[in-house]
Design a protein around this ligand. Sequence first.
Ligand code: 4AD
Ligand code: MG
Length: 479
Amino acid sequence: MQRTKVKDLLTGAEAGKEVLLKGWVRTKRGNKFVSFIAVNDGSTIHNLQVVADTEKFSEEVLKDVTTGAAIAVTGELVASQGKGQAYEIQASAIEVLGKADPETYPLQKKAHSLEFLREIAHLRFRTNTFGAVFRVRNSLAFAVHRFFNEKGFVYMHTPIVTASDAEGAGEMFRVTTLDLDNPPRTEEGKINFEEDFFGKATNLTVSGQLEGELAAMAFSDIYTFGPTFRAENSNTTRHLAEFWMIEPEMAFYNLKMNADLAEEFIKYIIRYALQNNREDIEFLGQRLVEEDKSKPQNERQEMTLLEKLEFVVNSSFERVTYTEAIDILLNSNHYKKKKFQYEVSWGVDLQSEHERYLVEKHFKKPVIVTDYPKDIKAFYMRVNDDGKTVAAMDILAPGIGEIVGGSQREERLDVLVERMKGVGIHEEDLWWYLDTRRFGGCPHAGFGLGFERMVQFVTGMGNIRDVIPFPRTPQNAEF
Ligand code: 4AD
Ligand code: MG
């Protein structure tokens, strides 16, 4: 017999028929006469209730039907008399496929803390919260591909191992096969990477952008969606050492077109999740409502998760220049009362407290900040006519801060080379990148969306470690 997934069984399409259910036991309760077994198979947040008359099933079989066990159930799908579900299975046969010793199985019926669940990340998929989070993550990933595919963008796989440092920022993970105990040395005593696997020093990529730009100079519109790696020692709720990024790159786009695309894209993928994962999002929203009850009034959310997401897809993002943003901060009561920890003045980078003030207190919606001082941004961003700022844009989201970073690119060879010199990047190392400015270069732009920060925004999860299956952070690469 064909197995049917819980999601499909719950539609009742097979009511009155014999069905086969397979999944993991969430709970078992009952009395002398009957056992009620809640089974989940990951296809939906809901469980399917299995009713097993003790007349039909000996204690011998039922004793192994414990929380966490994998079982197969055959029986009739019937309308449920009980509350909480429309359909249930009246079991005629139960097979235990995999036992889960109740003495040692770490997931109990009671609610576990997210911190504890991080320590058993190999099992946390089996909780309601993580089931919902990763189904939403899946939908968002699918929506990313659908959005760009509908617009005729070409999906590019840019390399994971690279010899270039795209952001010019350092903080990369070295990739090597050299014997670390006894590496080959040059005459000057430095490590000789010419003898390394690739004949040069290589790292894990921090961004696919530079290679993405090369492809945009042929396909017009491309995007990447892959893992990126940053060895920054930031132990925050917004940073991972390994995270996924979506980087579209478009020929013939200026900064405004870039911002328009980013806004449309973000709304599209949120809308897709709202349409396809409503129950998961409602569940996650309810979680936040419960969490809020233990917080002081002034720290509670003004909107539910669903309301927040509906609001974001239905309103336009605010757009301000960096210079305007600094003015807003300087004129705020928050600043006058000296509540910002970090300095606010033209030329310094916005800290997360500033970003959050702008989105959460001042505008109360996503904000696109453009035209940052050139000294605090990457070398490839196009220098504006004022000579002081670049055509950069960051998108800031409520509760998250920076979710997108992007820019129009510097297409003028001489200006670009000058900028590279300024930050100490050698022309020889990026000769291939510079070639696009030599041969058929054109105005172009792109951005990078941090996928986990996006998943955080849609699920309302407070810690980025809870929206990627197996987080990599400083001192942490278990699983
Ligand atoms: O602003 P970033 O560094 O931009 C780039 O990498 C550009 N090459 C993008 C482009 O123009 N093609 O990173 C882009 C986004 C950030 O806005 C943030 O959402 C996310 O990536 N991000 C991180 N997410 C999780 N953990 C980290 N350590 C992150 N660093 C950046
Ligand atoms: Mg950035």
